[in-house]
Design a protein around this ligand. Structure first.
Ligand SMILES: Nc1ncnc2c1ncn2[C@@H]1O[C@H](COP(=O)(O)OP(=O)(O)OP(=O)(O)O)[C@@H](O)[C@H]1O
Ligand SMILES: [Mg+2]
Length: 526
């Protein structure tokens, strides 16, 4: 094992892996001392249809698809049809082969910006086609550059937070890359380096990578980024959060500063927005959908306020109901790897075809498990957040949050594993007293998507806020001390549905299960 190898998979969230323990010897390149070969990054020729479209028509299109643009004066008009993007026929053929009839809104507005060579941030709901929103302009950019010489690194680099997502992005782009004779390879941790190095040595114009392995290979001088001029951060907010930011800085320091940088996600929290500007020049930001944080509206979101003790029984009942309609793909998210293992074991004991994925599993097994789930051999997948982002399996119909995630952004990404493209799906979330600090944020998401907000959740949110006010005033007037000295009468009741007898829990439960039917879950539909 290389001494630079990352040690992933040890974090308590059971998510993408521990904060990196990667050390690296890469020093930032002093780009100012290099004479950089100029390159072209604007490949966009606005079609006459787009150029001549009236302002009113453009406004109508933007409004219809809820597209908002920051720096509007620098933003080209959206396209409305594939033919307006000016793509090569080889690429158009693959688009048609996939059965796509029109660009999705993020593609319609994202392509003209990305094809123009501008830096951008594209924020659009889960399952809305962001991969091709960056993938196709990337291929156009890369195909137009000089051929690679021996020893050259890739021209396009896509960074992803998980190995499975990196593999998926490579697969999606590969179909298009082949059509224009470009080679793509994927470097990610957990798999032997030899094969990845051999592929890199053969030369490839595009690399999709997880940061840890890429840094390993950079340190080993098995790859260099001197030719890289198109940089993508998929799941950009995740890539810029605490776990990955140092690695992203290291990688970006190896790429020429006049590159094009594009970032994509379904969520764009304030905490990363400033940081993102460090990596881009005058970016144009587009948002599809609500300007506030929002979930995909094609998901029926059901929240059940329960106690921890009730969780497993409720899960059993729910799975029984779901599976009574046939082998319906369902993901169950847990917070920890241990919980994922426990549930998987219990589910199997009860006879459910269940597999699980998390950061402690060997990469080989992770890939096998995802494949079993994808093909439907095992229609139930228990997962930590390692599967929360980006994974695109078209027929996942249910997402169950056995544990509520640590942030509302994670909630949006997790439930977004269903209702891909124009599909629909249902999410069930178990919400307990210990999650009450997240109740308000969850209510906001439910309201934005016109979903039912359970009374118990509202109550919890009010109690939490009241309590927070008490804590604040105690701090101010007593000089700190948290809530320990708080007025007990004002403290929130431990309202988990059982404090005032069975009815509350019972009602929630009934609502919960009858909502399977409400969600349009009928055997004819599935
Ligand atoms: N123009 C299109 N028309 C119809 N379907 C499309 C189009 N573009 C992409 N898709 C399909 O939409 C699905 C979702 O795409 P993709 O995985 O890129 O979503 P995403 O926006 O990246 O979602 P997430 O935020 O979860 O990562 C894919 O199965 C893809 O094939
Ligand atoms: Mg994606």
């Amino acid at each position: 094992m290389s001494r630079y190898q990352s040690s992933r998979g040890g974090d308590s969230r059971g998510s993408y892996g521990s904060k990196s323990s990667i050390s690296n010897e890469l020093s930032a390149v002093k780009w100012s001392s290099y004479k950089l070969t100029p390159f072209e990054k604007n490949f966009y020729k606005e079609s006459p249809e787009v150029a001549n479209r009236s302002k009113a028509d453009v406004e109508e299109f933007l409004a219809k698809h809820q597209i908002t643009i920051a720096s509007r004066d620098r933003c080209p008009n959206p396209i409305t049809q594939f033919k307006e993007a000016g793509l090569k026929s080889a690429i158009m053929d693959v688009i048609h082969k996939n059965g796509f009839t029109a660009p999705t809104p993020i593609q319609a507005q994202g392509w003209p910006i990305a094809l123009s060579g501008k830096d951008m941030v594209g924020v659009a709901q889960t399952g809305s086609g962001k991969t091709l929103a960056f993938g196709i302009p990337g291929l156009v950019h890369i195909a137009a550059q000089d051929y690679l010489s021996p020893g050259d690194g890739p021209i396009g680099l896509v960074l992803c937070p998980t190995r499975e997502l990196a593999q998926q992005v490579m697969k999606v782009m590969d179909e298009f890359a082949r059509a224009v004779n470009l080679r793509i390879s994927c470097v990610y941790g957990g798999a032997p380096k030899g094969q990845q190095i051999r592929e890199l040595e053969r030369g490839c114009e595009i690399v999709v990578a997880t940061p840890g392995r890429l840094i390993d290979l950079l340190n080993m001088q098995k790859i260099n980024l001197r030719r890289c001029t198109y940089l993508v951060l998929d799941e950009a907010d995740r890539m810029l959060d605490m776990g990955f930011e140092p690695q992203i800085r290291t990688i970006v320091s190896q790429i020429r500063p006049d590159r094009q940088t594009v970032m994509w996600s379904a969520t764009w929290p304030k905490e990363v927005q400033g940081l993102a500007r460090d990596f881009m020049k005058d970016p144009i930001q587009i948002n599809v959908g609500s300007q506030t944080l929002s979930a995909n509206h094609n998901i029926c979101q059901i929240v059940d306020v329960i106690t921890d003790y009730e969780k497993y029984d409720k899960l059993q009942r729910l799975i029984t109901e779901i599976m009574s309609y046939g082998k319906t793909k369902t993901i169950i998210f847990t917070d920890t790897k241990r919980c994922a293992d426990d549930i998987t074991r219990q589910m199997r004991r009860s006879g459910w075809p269940t597999v699980s994925i998390h950061g402690d599993k060997k990469q080989e097994e992770r890939e096998w498990v995802l494949n079993e789930f994808r093909t439907g051999n095992s229609p139930i997948l228990v997962a930590t957040d390692v599967a929360a982002r980006g994974i695109d399996i078209s027929d996942i119909k249910f997402v169950i949050n056995y544990d509520y995630p640590s942030s509302v952004e994670d909630y949006i990404h997790r439930i977004g594993r269903t209702a891909r493209a124009n599909g629909t799906g249902t999410s069930y979330t178990f919400f307990t007293q210990s999650n009450s600090k997240n109740a308000k944020a969850l209510i906001d998401i439910l309201r934005e998507a016109n979903q039912n907000v359970p009374a118990e959740l509202e109550k919890m949110s009010h109690s939490w806020q009241e309590n927070a006010r008490d804590r604040y005033s105690n701090k101010r007037f007593r000089g700190g001390g948290g809530d320990r000295g708080g007025d007990r009468n004002k403290r929130p009741r431990m309202d988990n549905g059982s404090s005032n007898g069975a009815p509350a829990a019972q009602k929630t439960g009934n609502e919960f299960y009858s909502s399977v039917a409400q969600a349009g879950y009928t055997s004819s539909y599935y």
